[in-house]
Design a protein around this ligand. Structure first.
Ligand SMILES: Nc1ncnc2c1ncn2[C@@H]1O[C@H](COP(=O)(O)OP(=O)(O)OP(=O)(O)O)[C@@H](O)[C@H]1O
Ligand SMILES: [Mg+2]
Length: 174
C-alpha cells in the first residue's frame, strides 16, 4: 500500500514523518528523492521553483518494496497512490507557522489562500477515492502521527473529507 502524506506547506508533514519513522514506518521524503535523482521536469520562472517529474517519481516509488510505504511531500497526492492523507491547518495558524519558517509575505499569502480553498484536498480527490484529512491546528505532532496510524489501521470515521472547513474563519477576513 502506498500512502501519500500531503498538505499545504507548513501543515506538519515533515515533523510528523520524523515521528512515524521513529515508530518504524517506511517514509520517503519526496523533496529529497527529487533532488537526489534529479527528477526534474522543468523550471517555473515565475514561481522560481523546479517542476518535479511525476512520472519518474512514480516509477521510483512503485519499485520500493516496503509495505506500507508513506510518501511525504506537498505533491505526494499527485502520484499513483492507494490512500491520501491531507494534513490541514487553519490559514491563520498556518501563516504563523510559515512566518516562523521565514517564508516571505507573498508565499505566506499564497499558501494561506491555497489552504483556505482546500486546494490539496480537491487535487487529491480528482485522482484518488481514498482521501482523508487531519486537522493539525490544535493538536500536537505526536497526536497527528497517532491519527495517521489510525487511518493506516482502517479507522477512517473521524477523518472523512469534509471534516475540515475554514469557511467561518474566512468570513472574518471580510
Ligand atoms: N501539530 C503541530 N502543532 C504546532 N506546530 C506544528 C505542528 N506540526 C508542525 N508544526 C510546526 O510547523 C512548522 C512547519 O512544519 P513542517 O516543516 O513539518 O511542515 P511541512 O508540511 O513539512 O512543510 P513544507 O511543505 O514546507 O516542507 C514547523 O515549525 C513545525 O514545528
Ligand atoms: Mg516538509
Amino acid at each position: 500500500m502506498i500512502v501519500a502524506l500531503t498538505g499545504t506547506p507548513g501543515t506538519g508533514k515533515t515533523s510528523v514523518s520524523e515521528i512515524l519513522r521513529k515508530k518504524g514506518y517506511a517514509v520517503v521524503d519526496l523533496n529529497r528523492v527529487v533532488k537526489q535523482h534529479n527528477f526534474v521536469f522543468d523550471y517555473d520562472k515565475e514561481r522560481k521553483c523546479r517542476v518535479a517529474d511525476i512520472k519518474k517519481i512514480d516509477d521510483y516509488i512503485q519499485k520500493q518494496n516496503k509495505n506500507p510505504i508513506i510518501v511525504e511531500g506537498h505533491i505526494a497526492h499527485l502520484l499513483s497512490v492507494d490512500t491520501v492523507i491531507v494534513l490541514r491547518c487553519s490559514p491563520r495558524i498556518l501563516s504563523k507557522r510559515l512566518k516562523k519558517k521565514k517564508y516571505d509575505k507573498k508565499k505566506i499569502l499564497e499558501n494561506a489562500e491555497a489552504e483556505a480553498v482546500d486546494a490539496v484536498t480537491v487535487e487529491a480527490l480528482e485522482r484518488c477515492k481514498n482521501v482523508y484529512e487531519i486537522d493539525t491546528t490544535k493538536i500536537t505532532q505526536e497526536k497527528v502521527a497517532e491519527d495517521v496510524e489510525k487511518i493506516l489501521g482502517g479507522k477512517f470515521k473521524n477523518y472523512k473529507v469534509g471534516n475540515v472547513d475554514w469557511s467561518e474563519e474566512i468570513l472574518t477576513w471580510y
